[in-house]
Structure formats: C-alpha cells, structure tokens
Design a protein around this ligand. Sequence first.
Ligand SMILES: Nc1ncnc2c1ncn2[C@@H]1O[C@H](COP(=O)(O)OP(=O)(O)OP(=O)(O)O)[C@@H](O)[C@H]1O
Ligand SMILES: [Mg+2]
Length: 296
Amino acid sequence: MVRKRKARRGKKGNGKKNNVRLITKPKETISEIIKEPAFPQVIAIVSGKGGVGKTTTTANIGSVVSNKFEKKVLVIDGNVTTSNLGLQLGFLYPPVTLHDVLDGTITAKQSTYVHKSGLHVIPASLSVERDARYNEMSRAIDMLRVKYDLIIIDGAAGVGSEVKAAMRAADAILVITVPEIPTITASVKIIETAKKMKVPIAGIIVNRVKRKKHEISLSNIERVCHSPILAVIPEDNKVSESMNAKEPVVIFSPNSPASLAYQRLSSLIMGMKHRTGFFQSFLEKVYRIKHCKSKK
Ligand SMILES: Nc1ncnc2c1ncn2[C@@H]1O[C@H](COP(=O)(O)OP(=O)(O)OP(=O)(O)O)[C@@H](O)[C@H]1O
Ligand SMILES: [Mg+2]
C-alpha cells in the first residue's frame, strides 16, 4: 500500500528523484521472482554492511515459518567470524557449534539446539581464536535438506569468502539494507557478486525504515539495486526490547509494526497467502496512516 502510493507519487511528481516506478508487483512470490516452481529451501541472508538487521531477520522469519506455518525450520549462524545468532536466541555458551560441524568432528544434528519457540538453531562459536572451515558449509547444509522445510543462513556482511560460502550453500539470497546511501552502495556490490556467482537473488528487505524525508526512497533503492523490494521493516523499539528478552520480536510482541512486516514477508517467502485478522489489519492500517501523515 505504502509502496503503491509512493510509486504513484513518483509517476506524477515533477522531481527527477522520485520519477521512478517500482519494479516489483506487490503480490509476487519469491518463487515467481527467482523463476523456480518451488520456494527456495535454503536462503542466505546477507548485506553489504554490518549491523543492518540480518540476524534479526533470520530469527524472525524462522520463528514465523516455524510457529505460525508449522514448518520444520532451521536457522544457522553462517556469520562464523562475528557470530551473534546464538546470542540473540539465548544460546550464550553452546558447547558444540557450527565450527565443530565444519571441522567434521560432530554431525549437524549434534550441534542443533531447540529454542523455546520451537525453532531449530545451529549457533557458531563465539571464540575469536577459532578458525572455521566455511568451505564445508555447502556439504553440511546439503545433508540437512531432507530434514527441514526451510533452512536460513544468517550470513556475514560484505563480499568476503565467508559470505560467498554461505551464498554458495543457498538456493537464493535475501539482501538486507537500510535506506541510507553507504549501505545501499554496499548492497549493489553484494548483488553483483551474487549475479557473478549465479546465485538467485530473491529480493531486498529494507529495514529500520522511519519514513523520514532524508531516507532514500524505495523506488530509488530498487532502481539502483536492480532487484525487487520484498519487504519494508519499520524502525520499531520492540525489536531492541525483544533482543534483551532473547526472543524474536514476532514472539515477544506479535502485533508490533516490525512483527506484522515479518509475518507478511514470511508468507511471501513460503508462497502462502497472508491472512490478516481484524485486529491485525486494524493495527497495520493505523501504522500506515500514522507514517503517511508524518511524511507530509
Ligand atoms: N526494525 C528494527 N527496529 C529497531 N531496531 C532494529 C531493527 N532491526 C534491527 N534492529 C537493531 O539493530 C541492531 C543490529 O541488528 P542485527 O544484529 O540483526 O544486525 P546484523 O546485520 O545481523 O549485524 P552484524 O552484521 O553485526 O551481524 C540490533 O541491536 C537490533 O536490535
Ligand atoms: Mg548478525
């Protein structure tokens, strides 16, 4: 709705800046975008710059698909040098980790933990001294495909070998960005790298959107990145609060603006129709009206 309105504004507007139409049709599913009949089973969440919300997005999509859609979901901390997925989900000192799996000393099953939400998690080691044989990632993940409906790899930032290993192991990538020039420029690099590697790009998620004038518009992000925006996740204090509770925000505060956006995104990923109850659609409407007003 917000995107439609923005696109319309861009078409009519006189400013060159907004005179760009969105590439994406709002109802496209990921399968349609990557031109595969089935939804991607292994998704790597990546970004050009760090700290933009990869881990948060991994944990939240994982929780929705596992809890709401009742699918078998595994999230893996593929950010092996600066891991934090385990931390966000409350696994502070896991005795065995992805590092052990990549070393070949244990099986992936032995390093799988179950979060109280039901989500399966393979954390990475927090030790700075531990090297990871990340080139083994594809092999380790391929062995898990039979067990899960969806596997999400929480990737590292940038275009280093670690990120490439996660992208190679995935069927498609999701690129997270925030609406700021340096991060968008870095997103272009990762999109180009994925194209060179022939890894399908499912789309972009624009996170921490405050709907302020200085933010880069969605249409410009799509134009620069040549990829569709799948979701816009608003800036939401509940996300930080949920972090302290070691719970994904979709569980901690299911009706918060970010949670509603994550629920929509998860439906899109799984090719499912997003069903909104009366209360939820009311909240979404209130949120949209509030932000459209603040834009004027
Ligand atoms: N929509 C949001 N609203 C408010 N805060 C957010 C939102 N998304 C993420 N954050 C906050 O941004 C910070 C970084 O998020 P996160 O750890 O998910 O980023 P990351 O891309 O995984 O970082 P890294 O590159 O270091 O792994 C966290 O403190 C998180 O609470
Ligand atoms: Mg992270």
